[in-house]
Design a protein around this ligand. Structure first.
Ligand code: NAI
Length: 329
């Protein structure tokens, strides 16, 4: 079994190298993304392993197929970056459906605590011997209402964390679960009643820009928005307007609509040409992090184990329990 890993960083190899050698698999690690041009580098490989910002479109799929690749193994859970319709009957696609939902739920709360209590600004101030607390006023979370959009693995854990903070929890999901012990409401009600809104649904044609100018208008004044799911759930232009008008009190964003170009890379010696990203970074009440919600030891270990198991099942021609198949929405 030979596998080409795209968009890798040194920390990926820490977890994958020992497992790949245990299974006797050969791997090529590329630091660049999978594109129609770089697909040729997988020639001779049985599978490619890709991450959240590899754009696996129809051209890439055709290029992989013509180079003899039979499997796309996502080392993440979201799969909005793969054109499943184009992959159908040509190449198989597997993912890691669950690694550490706690990692992401805990991180969503970390973003909320930070934007609310402004610890990011306090850290910078005191390092500069500025012990003034002007402008760092927050609110108690206890007694406030958290609106959770998408009450699956991560959303339901986030709801439990909010409950632990003595918050009231409202949920919205197109497939409500009887395991979710909090109140389900319509999306409109969730917008109207929540003091903080956290996004935990996948990116689909239905959920793209679920946060937009109209939904922001329906929200309570001074609402906080947290997004650890996928950037395009939020219409960034509308969010910026909501922040400028102070309708939105703060945003914690681990994902960004156009993150593919910047996230996971070091641009500290460059000019950010994306004006909306630059605008977001300029708000004192916005935190942008670089898609790191998943990044814990436990999650990395689980991602490597399940990905290598997926590769092994493919090699052994046993059922691919983590296969993703095309579904028309
Ligand atoms: P999940 O599949 O367990 O839960 C997603 C929930 O969203 C399901 O209950 C589903 O019914 C619901 N949903 C689907 N369409 C919806 C719609 N139109 N409106 C409302 N709800 C809808 O997924 P999980 O594991 O909780 O992950 C959620 C998302 O978190 C993933 O799709 C991924 O984009 C993101 N993620 C982000 C990470 C990070 O590092 N920041 C790491 C892992 C996942």
């Amino acid at each position: 079994m030979k596998v080409a890993f795209y968009d890798t960083k040194p920390y990926d190899r820490i977890w994958f190298d020992p497992l790949l050698s245990e299974y006797g698999y050969q791997a090529k690690f590329f630091d660049y993304k999978l594109t129609a041009d770089t697909a040729v580098l997988a020639k001779g490989c049985d599978a490619v392993c890709v991450f959240v910002n590899d754009e696996v479109d129809a051209a890439v799929i055709d290029a992989l197929c013509s180079n003899g690749v039979g499997l796309i193994a996502l080392r993440c859970s979201g799969y909005n970056n793969v054109d499943l319709a184009a992959a159908r009957d040509k190449i198989r696609v597997v993912r890691v459906p669950r690694y550490s939902p706690d990692a992401v739920a805990e991180y969503a709360m970390a973003l909320l605590l930070t934007v609310n209590r402004k610890t990011h600004r306090a850290y910078v101030r005191t390092r500069d011997n500025n012990f003034n607390i002007n402008g760092l006023l927050g609110m108690d979370l206890a007694g406030k209402t958290a609106g959770v959009i998408g009450t699956g693995q991560i959303g339901s854990l986030f709801a439990d964390i909010c409950n632990g903070f003595k918050m009231r929890v409202l949920g919205y999901d197109i497939y409500p679960s009887d395991q979710f012990p909090y109140e389900y409401v319509s999306l409109q009600d969730l917008f109207a009643r929540s003091d903080i809104i956290s996004l935990h649904c996948p990116l689909t044609p239905q959920t793209r820009h679920i946060i937009n100018a109209d939904s922001i208008q329906q929200m309570k004044d001074h609402c906080f928005i947290i997004n650890t799911s996928r950037g395009a759930l939020i219409d960034t232009t509308a969010l910026i307007e909501g922040l400028k008008s102070k309708k939105i009190s703060g945003a914690g964003l681990d994902v960004y609509e156009e993150e593919g170009e910047y996230f996971f890379e070091d641009f500290s010696n460059d000019i950010v040409e994306d004006d909306e990203l630059a605008r977001l970074l300029g708000f004192p009440n916005v935190i942008v992090s670089s898609h790191q919600g998943f990044f814990t030891r436990e999650a990395m270990q689980a991602i490597a184990i399940v990905t290598v198991e997926n590769l092994h099942n493919y090699e052994q021609q046993t059922p691919l329990k983590n296969e993703i198949v095309y579904k028309q929405y």
